[in-house]
Each structure stands twice: as C-alpha cells, then as structure tokens.
Write a protein that binds this ligand. Structure first.
Ligand code: ADP
Length: 498
C-alpha cells in the first residue's frame, strides 16, 4: 500500500460510471458523474473519469482521440479487445477515458431496447469493469481511490480484492449506490464468464437467491459505501426499500454513509442557461413569466394570465409515482391549471398519458422523448414541478426546479424529504410542498393547496425566492466525498496490515 496520504495531500481519484454528462445520460447518475469530478478538481485533486464509448458519443464533438493503447479481456473463453480512447471534460483539463468495443457499446441505447434490457448487459459490464482495471497499467495511472457507481461497476471492488489483488493492494474503493432497485442480478454461470473463482459464490459474498448480484459485490468488497442522501441511506437498510440488500447494508453499517448530491450550477442556472430563451435571476423573477409564454407556445398550450403550469420531467417508471399522476389526472385537470410532462419509459404509461392528451388537449401536453433542451425550458418556464416518487435516492429534478424558481411538490421520501421543506404560511419559511401519505389523494390535496397559494402573488413570490436562495452546489458534497475517500484509504490500509 502506498504511504497513507495526509488530509492535505492531493489524491489520485478515478471515477468509474456507466454514464457521464455531457457524454451520455439517461438519469441522475450521469449528472453526478459529470459534476463531481469538476468539484474535486477545484479542491486540488487529480481526478479522472472512465465510461464506455457508446454510439451516441461523438468523437468529433468531444475531440476524442485513440490513445493507441488496447486491453484484452476474456469472457467465457472469448477474447474481447477494448480500445482506450481519451478526451477531456469540455473547457477543463480533467481527463476522460472511454472503453471502446463495437460489439458491446455501439448500440442505439445505453442499456436497453424499447422491449427490455439488452440480453448481455452482464457481459457488457463485466467487460467494462475488467477493462478499466487493465487500463490502469496501460495509462500508467494507479489511483489512490477508485470511486465506483451503481451495479455496472460493482465487480470492480471484487476484482481488486481477488484476481487483481496485486493492483488492488494499492487502491482503496468507494462504492456509491444511486438506485438500489437496479442491482445487476444474473445467473451464477456469469461468475466464470467474469473470470472470478467459485469460492465467491457464497451467501456472504456474491451469491444472491441462486444467482449472483453485482451490486452486492460492490457493497461487500468496497472499503466504504455510500448512497445519495441520509434519508435514503436509512430507508435502504429496511426491508421495504432495501430490495433484499437491506441485510447486507446493515451488516456494513459502520462503513455506509449518506452524501447528498449537488447540482452543477454551471449547467443549471436560469441566469446563464444557454438553452432557455429568457434568462432571469432572483432579482428579475418577473422575466420567468416571459419564458413561460414561449414554453407554452412550444408545447402547444395557450397562455392564460394567472393559470399555473405544472410540470414533470421524469423517467416514466413506477418508481417515479406515475401511477399517482394517472389516478388523479381527471380530478387534477378539472382545476384551473395546465400540465406538461416530458419523459420516456414504460409503454403502458405512454399509452395512458397519450389518451389524456387527447382528452384534455388544451390543458395537458406530453412529450415522449429524452430532450435535454426541452427539459431546461420546462424547468425555467413552469410554475410548479411535481415529483411524487415511491422512493427517491436523492432526486435532481426538485433541486434544479428550486434553482429555477419552480416550486416543487414532492412525496416526503428519501432525498426529496431532505431537500424540500414544507412551506409554512405563518412564518413564510420553506421552499415547497410535501405530502406524506401513500394515496394518490394525498398528492391531489397538496396540488390543490399549491394551486390556491399560486393565486396569492406575494406569498408565491416568497416561496420562489426561498427556493432560488437554496444552495445545493457540489462544493459541499465534494468535500464530503473527499472525507469518504480518506476513510476508505485508512480502512484499506488497516485491512492490508491485518
Ligand atoms: P433518476 O436518476 O432516477 O432518473 P433524478 O431526478 O436523480 O432521477 O435525475 C433525472 C435527471 O434526468 C434530471 O437531470 C432530469 O432533468 C433528467 N431527465 C429525466 N427525464 C428526462 C427527459 N425525458 N428529457 C430530458 N431530461 C430528463
């Protein structure tokens, strides 16, 4: 093990993620993996990032070059070659590596077709994980810390403590859970495809209900584990939200932490946002209404004075509470409001929301696509942002909405509960509205309260201001991650001594 770094020393950190803004994104993980490196760099650390080279990542747009280095990974006796490409985060000197392999990554989507997950996702991320470790020798960079994220990279800590122990002895690992519902559960034969020994197929290691579980590997083998809010950390340790990994997490309780995500305010800031038509800040909030008019025109709705525009930008997935929305839609659209949804996901939700669009063409607008620019415009132009999630590890939508003066209505769960504070009509404190129950009616009631409050302009402006004044920048969260990195190094060193 390298000499343990003192807390003032610069760390060498490799962040490994399956998606990273601005290169590839399907959800919040990409936002985190895109913003955290920049914040760590500002704190003086040597940080680098690696992700797969998907089809959607353009060499030309991002000035990606072939380093000329190659790695070879065996999967089920077949040799696969990984081409190591490199670029930098735009306008920075933070290196970004890409593992390129046509067979695994040159596909239309990151993880799935419209009909379901790619059949070989386990092989794709076994390949990626081993390639990342093989890459370290090639690029001559042995980090102090490898920071792994979600199931796709769960095998990296396993490799580093087993068949790559010679390299792993020098590297501590932090494993971040962004969503425990996606675990990388697969059949046990994949263990040998991964080149891992069968003695790992035990209940205290990778075995999971007769198969293997990549995320469990990350939890068991990493030095330190975290998830993305304090509340979600506690929730994942319970059977209701732990998705059968709650026991494993409880067994590592002393090494498991909650670190709230931040927002990249270089990207998400209504004063400087290059995707919105009218920029505004806390002193020029009245301009938000101009943005609203332009947005309404773009999404095919008419502008009416004093009618609030409610919004959702979300994966259309049961996790996000879309069932709540569907069940209250008729009642909700009887109110004096308009509603826009931007999202993609389950076909069932597409069909039913499409029917509502036909039924209420003047009040409801829905867009079934992933569209970053439209997302920026909705955050800026809408009055209210709804997130009724069944569970929510951190949630970025509500944090972005706050910055744009778009008042959040959220379910009091996970990271939503840690970031949205109930508005108090007496003290005028708070930044949004929460509902606590498990019934769609609870959501409907809070929407009624919000729509009523909207009519009182001075109260509403206070709510907007409270939200825009919040600071969820990455600066603080990055410092929390650095603390975890030092903890991981300490722990790793002690383990090696034993
Ligand atoms: P999750 O990671 O569970 O999907 P988060 O709230 O943490 O949820 O992050 C979602 C991110 O993806 C946010 O930045 C949100 O704006 C963005 N997003 C979700 N759906 C879309 C979409 N259809 N088009 C553009 N951006 C989207």
């Amino acid at each position: 093990m390298n000499e343990i770094k003192t807390k003032k020393e610069k760390l060498k950190i490799l962040i490994v993620a399956s998606e990273v803004v601005p290169f590839a994104k399907t959800g919040g993980l990409a936002d985190v993996a895109g913003a955290l490196p920049k914040a760590l760099k500002k704190l003086g650390h040597d940080v680098r990032v690696v992700l797969p080279k998907y089809k959607c990542i353009s060499d030309e747009k991002f000035n990606i070059i072939d380093t000329g280095k190659r790695v070879v990974v065996d999967i089920a006796l077949v040799k696969h070659i990984g081409v190591i490409k490199q670029s930098f985060f735009p306008e920075t000197d933070i290196p970004v590596y890409f593992i390129d392999n046509d067979e695994f990554f040159n596909r239309d989507e990151l993880y799935r077709t419209p009909y379901g997950e790619y059949w070989d996702n386990a092989e794709r991320f076994i390949f990626f994980s081993r390639s990342v470790i093989e890459m370290l020798k090639e690029i001559d960079f042995i980090p102090d810390i490898i920071h792994c994220n979600d199931w796709h990279t769960g095998l990296i800590p396993v490799y580093l403590k087993t068949i790559y122990k010679n390299i792993g002895d020098n590297i501590a690992t932090v494993y971040s859970i962004h969503n425990i519902a996606y675990q990388g559960y697969t059949d046990k034969e994949k263990l040998s495809h991964a080149g891992l020994p069968w003695d790992l197929w035990t209940i205290d290691k990778l075995e999971f209900y007769g198969g293997i579980n990549f995320m469990k590997g990350g939890i068991v083998f990493s030095d330190i584990i975290n998830t993305v809010s304090e509340s979600y950390k506690r929730e994942t340790e319970t059977p209701e939200f732990g998705y059968n990994l709650d026991g494993v997490l409880r067994s590592r309780n002393g090494d498991y932490f909650g670190v709230l995500n931040g927002v990249d305010y270089e990207i998400w800031n209504p004063a400087t946002d290059k995707y919105i038509d009218v920029n505004y800040d806390i002193k020029t909030i009245h301009l938000k209404n101009e943005m609203k008019k332009i947005l309404l025109q773009e999404i095919g709705l008419k502008y009416y004075e004093n009618v609030p525009l409610l919004s959702m930008i979300s994966r259309l997935d049961a996790q996000k509470g879309i069932d709540f929305i569907v069940s209250i839609m008729d009642e909700m659209l009887k109110m004096n409001l308009q509603f826009v949804i931007l999202g993609t996901g389950d076909k069932w939700y597409h069909d039913i929301l499409y029917d509502f669009k036909n039924k209420y063409p003047e009040k409801f607008s829905v867009h079934f696509k992933f569209d970053n620019i439209l997302a920026h415009k909705i955050y800026a132009g809408a009055d209210i942002f709804i997130m009724p999630s069944y569970f929510e590890p951190c949630g970025l939508g509500q944090l972005i909405a706050l910055k744009y003066g778009t008042v959040p209505i959220v379910r009091a769960i996970g990271g939503l509960k840690d970031t949205v504070k109930q508005f108090n009509f007496k003290t005028k404190q708070g930044n949004g509205f929460l509902f606590y129950g498990n019934s769609p009616n609870d959501l409907l009631q809070v929407i009624r309260i919000a729509v009523d409050t909207y009519k009182n302009k001075s109260v509403w402006n206070k709510l907007i201001e409270n939200g825009m004044k919040e600071n969820f920048s990455w600066e603080h969260s990055a410092q929390e991650y650095v603390k975890l990195y030092y903890k991981a190094i300490e722990k790793h060193k002690n383990k090696n001594v034993c």
